[in-house]
Design a protein around this ligand. Structure first.
Ligand SMILES: Cc1cc2nc3c(=O)[nH]c(=O)nc-3n(C[C@H](O)[C@H](O)[C@H](O)COP(=O)(O)OP(=O)(O)OC[C@H]3O[C@@H](n4cnc5c(N)ncnc54)[C@H](O)[C@@H]3O)c2cc1C
Length: 461
């Protein structure tokens, strides 16, 4: 419990983002006294400059596309203009409501918030503006920052997602460096808002971490939308002037645009925070932990983007809850990284959980993996929405489904069932016997499992 001057706690959490605040909330629920140290705003990257604002932009982008396409459905609409002030106000309102809710939650659980920049100064102590806060346990959750490439300076017309989210105008043209999740989401927004968009990606595919079938389908749909991309060639340099940015690639190609968005990944925010001084092992800045998220030093744990692996908010939440329960002695089950769902919220959406076909073949052997693709062409609701795509299932031969991969409008909302299937190690027959409502996109998952169980209904094979 807290001592009389209120600076000794059961748990001190450094960083109030998805990982840190989830740990704090769960620990408080379990009766622990908790200090939460936050330099900026609780909610962190996800709430203020990540998940939530980007998804608000993507929703506005979807409305813009619907306005353009209304006539196709017999509803004659035109897109008058994108008013970025209005879009930003809507985005800020969403963030504001959630921020207020989170602050209320933290207060209601009696968590003591220290506003300021914290540093680990001993194995059980975080110092904030000269004040020492001690904890029987420390949880590090200092998150990540937008990385750049050597020699590529952020400034002016060269921006990261942080500045992109503050833009109060729609660029006529943008170059997006990096075709991963964040780059693809911004490319999708700007295209819908009317910009010419070019993506530059050094890897051979867009959303390259996904199953190759999804990446290829994604590229086809982006191409159809008029988003251009250049794959497999590395960025060489950029200059900027009053007119725009001038980007060159290692193969000599050049591109001009008003802005360059650098979306080449996120680095761990761990430098200068005293972690190494206390004996914590860092690898390229990431905090190395065991599978119970313990750093191997004192009672210090780490959660979220500073721990190598998927940099996703819901992974941070899960890790935060895990560590709080671990400290409380509840012996929680370890988190299986491949069981964490992944979504790219662009148009089209991409959603997956479990192993890709390639990875499954590496793990189980090529002969022990079965694949099934169910085209959304056979799904009534997808036809109504006018979307294309498919569900791809990866199954261990005669065994459970070990991968669910989907592309198409709104498939992010289907991944909830996908993750239950994979994480509960369901067999195709188990899912096939469950009734899916008609007409829903969810039904595509049911149909895919019917087909994999050998009794396809709406499938032409
Ligand atoms: C543009 C963008 C879009 C994204 N979209 C999604 C999405 O749709 N879905 C998804 O799951 N994930 C998404 N992410 C990723 C998600 O935001 C992160 O995975 C998540 O925020 C990580 O949580 P965290 O707690 O590790 O760190 P953060 O959220 O980065 O929080 C760390 C906190 O620690 C504070 N801090 C750091 N150092 C100190 C210090 N020394 N003292 C005090 N406080 C400190 C920071 O101010 C910050 O509030 C997105 C990220 C970006 C950038």
């Amino acid at each position: 419990m807290a001592d009389t001057n209120g600076t000794a706690f059961d748990i001190v959490v450094l960083g109030g983002g998805s990982g840190g605040y989830a740990a704090a909330l769960r620990a408080a629920q379990l009766g622990k006294s908790v200090a939460l140290v936050e330099a900026d705003k609780v909610g962190g990257t996800c709430l203020h400059v990540g998940c939530i604002p980007t998804k608000a932009l993507l929703h506005a982008a979807e409305l813009a596309d619907h306005a353009r396409e209304g006539a196709h459905y017999g509803v004659h609409t035109t897109l008058e203009k994108i008013d970025m002030a209005g879009v930003n106000e809507y985005k800020a309102t969403v963030i504001g409501r959630l921020y207020k809710g989170l602050q209320g939650l933290i207060k209601s659980r009696n968590i003591t918030v220290f506003e300021g920049y914290g540093k680990l100064v001993a194995k059980d102590t975080v110092e904030v503006d000269g004040q020492r806060i001690t904890g029987q346990n420390i949880i590090l959750g200092t998150g990540s920052y937008a990385r750049t490439l050597p020699g590529l300076e952020i400034g002016g017309r060269v921006i990261t997602s942080d500045q992109a989210l503050q833009l109060d105008w729609v660029p006529k043209s943008v170059i997006v460096l990096g075709g991963g999740v964040i780059g693809s989401e911004f490319a999708s927004v700007w295209k819908s808002f009317g910009a010419d968009v070019t993506i530059i990606e050094a890897l051979p595919h867009l959303v390259a971490n996904e199953d190759e079938a999804l990446s290829k389908a994604f590229e086809r749909q982006f191409r159809k939308r008029g988003i251009t991309f250049n794959l497999g060639v590395r960025f060489a340099g950029v200059t900027q002037d009053d007119n725009g940015v001038h980007v060159s690639l290692e193969d000599g190609k050049t591109f001009d645009a008003e802005l360059l968005l650098v979306a080449v990944g996120r680095g761990p925010r761990t430098s200068g925070l005293g972690y190494e001084d206390q004996g914590i092992t860092l690898d390229r800045g990431f905090v190395i932990t065991n599978d119970r998220l313990h750093t191997g030093v004192g009672n210090i744990y780490a959660v979220g983007d500073i721990v190598p692996g998927l940099q996703l908010a819901h992974r941070g939440f899960a890790q935060g809850i895990f560590v709080a329960e671990e400290i409380a002695g509840l012996n929680p089950a370890t988190i299986v990284e491949s069981g964490i769902p992944r979504v790219t919220y662009s148009d089209p959406e991409v959603a997956s959980v479990g192993l890709t076909e390639a990875r499954a073949k590496e793990v189980h052997g090529a002969d022990n993996v079965e694949i099934l693709e169910y085209n959304l062409g056979g799904n009534g609701k997808s036809q109504i929405l006018g979307t294309q795509g498919f569900v791809k299932l990866v199954r261990q031969k005669d065994g459970p489904v070990i991968g669910v991969h989907m592309i198409g409008a709104r498939v992010g909302e289907l991944i909830g069932e996908g993750q239950l299937i994979v994480n509960w190690e369901a067999y195709p027959e188990d899912v096939a016997s469950l009734v899916h409502a008609h007409p829903t996109q969810n039904e595509a998952l049911g149909e895919a499992h019917l087909a994999l169980a050998g009794k396809p209904l709406h499938a032409h094979n």
